[in-house]
Design a protein around this ligand. Sequence first.
Ligand code: GDP
Ligand code: IMO
Ligand code: MG
Length: 420
Amino acid sequence: MVDVLLGLQWGDEGKGKIVDYLAPKYDVVARFQGGPNAGHTLIVDGKKIVLHTIPSGVLHGHIQNLIGNGVVLDPITFRMECERLKESGVDVKKNLSISRKAHLILPTHRVLDAASEASKGAGKIGSTLKGIGPTYMDKTGRNGLRIGDVLLPEFMHRYEALKQKHIHLVKQYDYEFDITVQEKEWMEAVEYLRGFTMVDGEYWMNEQIKAGKKILAEGAQGSMLDIDFGTYPFVTSSNTITASACTGLGIAPHHIKNVIGISKLYCTRVGSGPFPTELLDEVGENIRQVGREFGSTTGRPRRCGWIDLVALRYAIILNGVTELVITKADVLNDFVTINVCSQYDVDGDLTNQIPFDMTQVSVKPHYTVLSGWKSDVSTIRDKNLLPAPLCSLIDHISEQTNVKVSIVSTGPDRNQLVSW
Ligand code: GDP
Ligand code: IMO
Ligand code: MG
């Protein structure tokens, strides 16, 4: 049995925290897409750990973790994550396996990412510059290097051939670079990677399912960054929706049971692209400061705005969400009223649908205004003790999306939440 947990907005919904909280119910946690563009924050007893490639079940000793074939892995970031975890007393090697079919991010992929972004000027995607786009391009272009390749005798030859291809490509951008230091670090990190358990992830996963193990598939990014259904071209380069758990792990759709969708009680986005409910005033700044909305991977300030039910309903149908987890309720503690976007006004017409290209039309959010609660909910663990306006707001979201809410998160720590 496989449950899928994923973000329903533009990423950073609090997936890491919720996976870490739910992990004790599972035997396996598996990442199925994305790479070090992700930053999943876990806070346990005040101690913060940010994971980029490693699944968020890693703090629980009994759990097996898998980096699936759909993931793109940068050995340098991977090694750094493992070493940081070791400093915190977590030996990842014992319970982490990596699919041989996951793709490798090369130093020149990062150069290509930076060169492509620089060439776009004001039209840039706002990529994390981790080499994600170029690596997925090499995967679909059938040029990529995979994790399993690092054990082949001709690995260095293949690496060199791909690097030369990249150097040739960078020439079109007129972009200066020097990867001497990164390349040395990368080679050392590849050697480090060779010490990890590599598996044919699809067989591995299906054996776990057959053995009756409970599996949680952990998404990265969010549905509005999906390569097909997100705000293209301001998206990431992988499918971030439930379907991607099948292709990114090698499992059949009928094995998937629950789909746990995560949304903040407001909305954020980091990088460029449409964001209809964005608040460019002091209200947005207040959310950013109180919610500490700065990127876990790049440190960039996140753009903040009101919750967007048009986008949320869209994400729910794309993913088949069976339960909602609402995070960061505590961030709105001090608000007198809270806006909820129920519809869009697109060029004067009210609609419940996301327009084909939001950059080509005028999209204005149509708001329902609800009462705030003006009190601190961060220490409350019992639903019955929560202020009535917060309960009404959560019930409103549940009614408007037609999906039950299972958890409301009231702070960054693992235990700061209320079961619904
Ligand atoms: P992810 O990428 O979806 O795992 O989310 P990130 O870790 O990038 O960003 C979420 C941020 O919000 C992290 O700093 C979390 O520690 C924090 N966080 C998660 N849930 C809550 C919550 O309910 N309240 C508050 N205040 N912070 C939260
Ligand atoms: P998690 O898993 C938020 C955004 C980038 C940029 C766009 C493309 O932590 O939620 P990319 O580097 O993928 O080519 O960048 O996608 N982005 C994220 N935003 N959270 C993430 O991951 C993100 N991963 C990518 O900011 O706008
Ligand atoms: Mg994040």
